[in-house]
Write a protein that binds this ligand. Sequence first.
Ligand code: FAD
Length: 472
Amino acid sequence: FASSEEVDLAVIGGGPGGYVAAIKAAQMGMKVTCIEGRGKLGGTCLNVGCIPSKALLHSTHLYEEIKHAAKHGIEVQGAKVDLGKMMAQKDKAVAGLTSGIEMLFKKNKVTYVKGWGKFKSDSEVEVELADGGTQTVTAKNYLIATGSEVTSLPNVNIDEERIVSSTGALALKEIPKTMFVIGGGYIGLEMGSVWSRMGAEVTVIEYLNDIVTTMDSDIRKAFKRTLQKQGLKMKLSTKVNKAESDGKSVKVYVEPAKGGKEEVLEADVILVAAGRKAFFGKGLNLEAAGVQLEKGKVITDKDFRTTAKSGKIFAIGDCINGPMLAHKAEDDGIACVEKIAGKGGHVNYNTVPLIIYTWPEVASVGKTEDEVKKSGVNYKVGKFPFLANSRAKTIDDADGLVKFISEADTDKILGAHIMGPNAGELIPECVLALEYGASTEDIARACHGHPTMSEAIKEAALATTFGKAIHA
Ligand code: FAD
């Protein structure tokens, strides 16, 4: 048993929300401790989320590019996947980045306590140390940044061998011949693309009548067509009743979402990507601290303050409301510690970009056309296809489009949606525009380098503000 001196801030969870908050607080002069149970910093994102998935997406995209290099006059014979090496490159990226955070902690003098935290009261956290024993951490303020975990479905038991979550799908030991992805959200589509590119026959099973239903409908239609052309099969409006593994393959019992005859399908592996829920480690004992939940998430006010009576317990990231994304968790973390320090932090959830790292990528910010229509605001729309963008044509990678939605009277941008090569690297211009309350005319009049993909953004802005693009 060990007890340490009181610190200014104790952060529980070392994911992108928690570790960024810890560093920022230390940079603002606070004495900070960060408690993390998984043995490594970086949370879901670095260990089993954003980073390993993007590593595999990149490696398999490279494989696709090599297979199609002949169109560029490059003959490559016998390209094949060495799965062990591909996984090792992914693991190297993860290891480098997670240990990098430990270095940042040292540099910024954040104390790293390895173990699972549990509230004893609203002013004391007990940590079950990874090396054995316990340590009590007392702090002036506490920050809950404990993240999220996978949600399964009734009668579907994840064994991470044949019935896998995204974590298992990032570490399969062989390429399955057939794979079902349950859930047509971004995680399912990214991981489905990874294994499809390596040769698996992938079928996405989705309860709703479309994939990523939160996406703007024009982009969604184009995206779905592209994924299908790439070989992803889709079984929509379909409910999964049960899945059974015999260790060699998996039987999946499905029926139409509206009800009807049950069908039994079989695949080598199924990936359950039907959603995520807040996670609290080995029992954070929120009751002892007076921290309440609503629909499984920690209730917070606009300053990230929980319901704890002391007013000194805050929460951020995936375990509170808002988009479950790493960059949102990071921004929550910074704004929260700024508030604790008496400064004016804030996060605008309306301008959090969503990116899907398939190829082409999809990136969006702000409202979809359907949302704007529903809100009753008069609006205009402008679109521009990458087929008419010179850079995209130059590299023969021209699938996709840019779409803006702006207020009819003021031209203020309400939403921006991109499907195209490196869309994730193009969206920040639109995020900034939305943050500044810019119009599409502002973008159309800003000089964009030539030849770049970003010219498609300028052209879509021209199409919105003046009704006509130059090159389409
Ligand atoms: P987490 O990253 O979940 O970190 C919380 C940490 O707290 C964990 O390490 C956990 O061990 C620790 N913890 C929990 N309870 C305790 C306790 N009691 N004591 C001590 N430690 C505790 N987001 C993106 O923005 N871009 C992407 O490309 C992207 N890709 C993804 C791909 C996949 C396959 C998955 C699963 C997720 C992806 N995400 C992506 C989502 C992203 O990973 C999360 O939004 C992000 O990690 C949330 O950060 P967080 O800090 O709130 O929580």
